[in-house]
Design a protein around this ligand. Structure first.
Ligand code: ADP
Length: 402
């Protein structure tokens, strides 16, 4: 019988999944990937096979209002397609592992208690990640689950990079910079020797620019700093999050404008960033195409902040050898990449506009002192690798195609 492993990435309005299959006496391979979007509004199920051919696009019942219901929808599709399949493991993306989890972990009740305590640090992500773990435990009791954290890859940074200089009694409660998008950065770091060997062991800034956005400074493929901190609100301007703001602004919202904690939380996570500047959309595709001055300003501000933070991380690294773009905007928008590279020309980046338009892997000219690259990320594959290694499903997941 073939073996199967699932990877789940559960959010507030979407459940992304990958199905990996290991035929008898063969190695693991990607069988299908897809998502249920619009949970709670107009749920839609889509799935493709490993080669990218569409397997399903279905509108789901409006009763798919939360993660457990979405999981039931996914389970029904899986049962129909892979009847009698043996699921060996489920790997999950979990946004926050706190200071304790410097690596992925097999989920136990003690682990769940630790992860629940971190919900206040990632209120819009962690509860959905954990709901998926609980829903799987209820439906597939006995199937081991692995939690893979967006924070783990950043552990081991220098003390000064993790520091939030508040009184000791506050820091002792876990108030420090953690960093996020770690599964994406870990994946990029893992394939740099293959796709960009000349910079792999040097000083590299990776720009993960999606609806959430951050930069990571890599030295010899290890994270030494990043722009996200205690929560996923710091650093760059994002789709609906502001990035760094003077903490005095938050005091002003509470003390002078009399906003409640919930109102401030909603403002910071859902109503700020590109959406707030433009008043039009949180989606970069809508903004790039728009001539509205507010949309132009939103794009200008996004590029400005990325360039500013690239400068800051270049200082941390003492100069850079390479700049890597990844995630939705980084992989797909030649215009944004061009603007960021031009704003960073002072570092020695000489963009090759043709390669950039063609979305070549290397997008800087061969003589460029600092090279620039586009490398598609694959957080799900990273989760699959960790899950397979932790559960001993393969001796070395990398060599087995996972
Ligand atoms: P997440 O996983 O955080 O939801 P993604 O990495 O998938 O985010 O990125 C999604 C974002 O990428 C979208 O909100 C959109 O702004 C942006 N994006 C996708 N394609 C393009 C494109 N061709 N041009 C500009 N932006 C794009």
């Amino acid at each position: 019988m073939d073996d199967y492993a699932l990877v789940l990435n559960a959010g507030s309005s979407s459940l992304k999944f990958c199905v990996y299959r290991r035929p008898e006496a063969a190695s693991w391979g990607l069988e299908a990937r897809g998502q249920i979007e619009g949970i709670g509004t107009s749920p839609r199920f889509t799935a493709k096979d490993g080669a990218g051919t569409t397997l399903a696009t279905e509108t789901l019942d409006a009763t798919v209002r939360d993660v457990p219901a979405a999981l039931d929808g996914l389970a029904a599709w899986l049962r129909g397609r892979y009847r009698g399949a043996r699921v060996l493991a489920v790997g999950h993306r979990v946004v926050h592992g706190g200071a304790k989890y410097a690596a992925s972990v097999v989920v136990t009740s003690d682990v769940m208690a630790d992860l629940k305590a971190l919900v206040p640090l990632a209120p819009l992500h962690q509860p959905y990640n954990l709901a998926a773990i609980e829903a799987v435990a209820a439906r597939l009791p006995g199937v081991p689950q692995v939690a893979c954290f967006d924070t783990s890859f950043h552990r081991g940074q220098p003390v000064v990079a993790e520091m939030i200089p508040l009184p000791a009694e506050i820091r002792q409660k876990g108030v420090q910079r953690y960093g996020f998008h770690g599964l994406s950065y870990e994946y990029i770091a893992s394939i740099l020797p293959d796709v960009a060997p000349e910079i792999a062991d040097g000083r590299v800034i990776v720009a993960h620019l999606g609806s959430g956005a951050s930069l990571c400074a890599l030295k010899r493929r290890r994270s030494v700093d990043s722009t996200l901190g205690f929560t996923a609100l710091d650093g760059l301007c994002m789709g609906t999050r502001p990035g760094s703001v003077d903490p005095g602004v938050i005091l002003y919202l509470f003390q002078t404008l009399g906003l409640s904690a919930k109102e401030v939380e909603t403002m910071l996570y859902k109503k700020s960033g590109l959406l707030a500047i433009s008043g039009i959309s949180n989606d970069m595709r809508d903004l790039i195409g728009s001539a509205e001055p507010s949309a132009v300003l939103a794009v200008d501000y996004f590029v400005y902040r990325v360039a500013r933070e690239i400068g800051a991380l270049a200082a941390v690294l003492g100069g850079i050898d390479g700049l890597v773009f990844t995630a939705g905007i980084g992989e797909n928008s030649a215009a944004i990449r061009e603007r960021i590279c031009r704003a960073s020309a002072w570092l020695g980046i000489d963009l090759d506009p043709d390669a950039n338009e063609r979305k070549g892997t290397r997008i800087s000219r061969s003589a460029s002192r600092v090279s620039a690259w586009v490398v598609p990320t694959n957080e799900e594959l990273m989760i699959a690798r960790h899950t397979a290694v932790l559960l001993g499903l393969v001796p070395d997941a990398r060599t087995q195609g996972v």
